[in-house]
Design a binder for this molecule. Structure first.
Ligand SMILES: Cc1cc2nc3c(=O)[nH]c(=O)nc-3n(C[C@H](O)[C@H](O)[C@H](O)COP(=O)(O)O)c2cc1C
Length: 323
């Protein structure tokens, strides 16, 4: 299958693995890239730019295929050392960066000068158009279904993707709620050039997270996620658990007076406990509604091959036979 995304990134299949905090280490990124998709390492999971440089080198030892690095621009007061991380990306010879969060404009010249292609992840058509206007090469359009931060507009992909197709000139991938060949065929029909998946890639053999996390994703249904931090305008879709119930009770009782400090116990620094130690109630962790479509723990290659053959079957047989 050839799309504007496979051409842009020189990859075999139009399937991207989105950056995931404490999940997207070199093992996963390399496995996805070796399967013909685009694997992505998450920069901020690495404590320093030097650690990111090592992670990039580790990934390169495991694959000779293209892979990318995710740079998430957080709404924090004390910013991480973004110039340092960007330096590690450039020195490491990485040619694809997935940006997310705030507008990446100030960092684009440095990335573009180094010949790096930038795909910006955003949750609205206006932000996608902004990304196009500042020179991003592609966008990842993240619908309301997505695991992580869906923004505040609450537009699901059935509307968001064809709206993006109406407005954008640069290629885009559909993100949020993607799991199988149906997702890919539907996304292509809605105007996208491929798919980006987060939650689905957690439940793979190579994802370097605790088995409890993979089992929790497989066990969950589409009813098991919740939106937290909405009153702080930092909405996050997470897997429901004891900590999330506690957090939502605090949101209900404190109302608009709630501050980040009130929920720090449920959200700050919880990822290592969940992803590495498998303590599934340690706090709120991102997970998409798509958990309801995830029923097994394949290798990345099995997953990618299955998605491609399912999508091809749908396009060639099911859809063509209706004409
Ligand atoms: C556990 C987890 C952690 C994530 N961490 C990040 C992150 O650090 N930066 C980022 O840009 N996106 C992050 N995301 C979002 C994913 O990259 C992707 O956009 C999203 O998962 C797509 O929705 P899906 O889960 O329905 O596939 C995370 C998602 C999950 C599930």
């Amino acid at each position: 299958m050839k799309t504007r995304i496979t051409e842009l990134f020189s990859i075999q299949h139009p399937i991207i693995q989105g950056g995931m905090h404490y999940v997207s280490f070199a093992e996963l990124a390399a496995a996805v890239s070796n399967a013909g998709g685009l694997g992505i390492i998450t920069a901020l999971t690495q404590k320093t730019p030097a650690d990111l440089a090592k992670e990039i080198a580790r990934c390169r030892e495991m694959t000779d295929k293209p892979f990318g690095v995710n740079l998430t621009f957080l709404p924090t007061v004390t910013a991480p050392d973004y110039p340092g991380y960007i330096g590690a990306i450039i020195d490491g010879g990485v040619k694809i960066v997935e940006t997310a969060g705030r507008n990446p404009q100030e960092h684009l010249p440095g990335l573009k000068d180094a010949g790096i292609k930038v795909i910006h992840k955003c949750t609205s058509v206006r932000h996608a158009l902004k990304a196009e206007s500042i020179g991003c090469d592609a966008v990842s359009v993240d619908g309301f279904e997505c695991g992580g931060h869906p923004g505040e507009d609450d537009i699901p992909n059935m509307i968001l993707l064809p709206r993006a197709a109406e407005e954008l000139k640069i290629p885009f991938v559909a993100s949020g709620g993607m799991a199988n060949g149906r997702s890919l065929a539907a996304s292509l029909a809605l105007g996208a050039d491929g798919i980006n998946m987060g939650t689905r890639f957690i439940a793979t053999k190579e994802a370097p997270v605790h088995e409890n996390v993979k089992k929790a994703v497989v066990a969950a249904t589409e009813l098991d996620t919740r939106l937290v931090m909405r009153p702080l305008r930092n909405t996050e879709r997470v897997m429901r658990n004891a900590a999330v119930d506690r957090l939502l009770e605090k949101e209900a009782s404190l109302g608009h007076d709630i501050k980040f400090e009130d929920i720090i116990e449920e959200v700050a620094g919880v990822y290592p406990k969940i992803m590495m130690e498998g303590d599934m109630d340690a706090g709120a962790w991102s997970c998409g509604m798509v958990a309801g479509l995830i029923h097994d723990i394949p290798t990345c290659r099995e997953l990618v091959d299955r998605i491609m053959s399912e999508a091809e079957g749908i396009i060639r047989n099911r859809l063509a036979s209706m004409l």
